[in-house]
Design a protein around this ligand. Structure first.
Ligand SMILES: [Zn+2]
Length: 341
């Protein structure tokens, strides 16, 4: 890759892997998991993901984007981490590659995801209409029950996606048990999208995972690091005995301080790879997405409260991330300057 793109990717990677959420004794954990993923990939991970998307996804191709993380009573419509990143990536592949984003999430979270997509200026249509109308997407409910494998087969056959992306979406360990970040069994109504990723892996279709803990889809790629560095990674708080580390691996795994930041980092890296910084969503869009996500019931995953925050960091931090990323990309792409003074 061109040195300026690698330089941009290096800085985007640093930014998205900053740790500033309230995480107590887990401080430093994301850095260790990021480093494990980076050692595996051998280059900045945001630009690796963007380069592969640009290579594999052609105009008119479908890209599946999975998200959704909630807990009944506390996060009944999911978190603010997840839907915004999914919407930003959907916008990125739509504007940048002419792809058709199809988002999959829990049935109860579909309205939240749709409102968040609309807030970033991405229209909501059926998949069939989204294939014909630019700057639109579809949001589909994905089953949480035993129909998931058959539905996964049907969706993969019908839409033949060129790539699958997962952000802030829990995946099961090798015992088939999915865990929360505290090593307890995840909610039973979790959409079992790992079946989509299993099929994609078997067919050699590009898969990208984004996580901020180690139990998310994609973290199977760095499972040994999750076992080594994460509390409850190897030994969980439930009788399964498998730990919270998921078995589900992806071609690319990006560990971020907050999953949304990882998704924005790939969106920004795609803009860099394409030489089109204007496709990065605006600060106003970011604020509007968070407002709409919360208005439809999304909650801060750190506190379980319906405040304008993501993983315990305020709205201004999310907006600032976009501002920094755009600056990294825009200035990184500028030709060398000769100072006249
Ligand atoms: Zn367990």
């Amino acid at each position: 890759m061109e040195p300026e793109i690698t330089f941009i990717g290096e800085n985007l990677d640093r930014l998205v892997s900053l740790e500033m959420r309230p995480q107590g004794k887990d401080q430093g954990g994301i850095r260790r998991l990021y480093d494990a993923a980076r050692a595996k990939h051998g280059e900045p991970i945001t630009t690796l993901a963007a380069r592969l998307l640009a290579e594999k996804v052609k105009a008119g191709d479908v890209v599946f984007i999975a998200t959704g993380a909630g807990i009944p009573d506390h996060l009944p419509f999911g978190e603010t981490d997840g839907p915004l990143g999914a919407a930003a990536l959907a916008l990125g592949v739509s504007l940048g590659l002419g792809a058709v984003p199809i988002l999959v999430t829990e049935a109860a979270y579909v309205p939240v995801q749709e409102a968040t997509c609309l807030a970033v200026g991405l229209g909501i249509r059926t998949p069939e209409v989204a294939e014909k109308v630019a700057r639109t997407c579809a949001v589909l409910p994905f089953p949480a029950d035993d129909s998931a494998p058959a539905v996964a087969e049907e969706l993969m056959a019908r839409y033949a996606p060129a790539a699958l992306i997962s952000t802030e979406k829990l995946g099961p360990n090798e015992k088939g048990v999915t865990h929360s970040s505290t090593g307890r069994p995840a909610a039973a109504d979790r959409a079992r999208v790992e079946h989509l990723f299993d099929i994609a892996a078997g067919k050699g279709i590009l898969t990208i995972g984004i996580g901020d803990n180690g139990n998310e889809i994609g973290c199977g790629t760095i499972r040994e690091a999750v076992w080594a560095y994460k509390e409850w990674g190897k030994v969980c708080q439930c009788p399964c005995g498998g730990g919270l580390a998921t078995r589900v691996a992806t071609d690319v795994i990006l560990m971020a301080g907050t999953s949304n930041w990882g998704a924005y980092g790939i969106e920004a890296a795609l803009a860099a790879v394409l030489g089109r910084p204007e496709i990065i969503h605006s600060e106003a869009d970011e604020r509007r997405m968070l407002e709409e996500c919360v208005r439809l019931g999304g909650a801060d995953g750190s506190t379980g409260t319906h405040v304008h925050a993501v993983d315990g960091t305020p709205a201004d931090v999310q907006v600032g991330m976009i501002n920094l990323m755009r600056t990294i990309v825009t200035n990184g792409l500028k030709p060398p300057r000769k100072r006249a003074f």
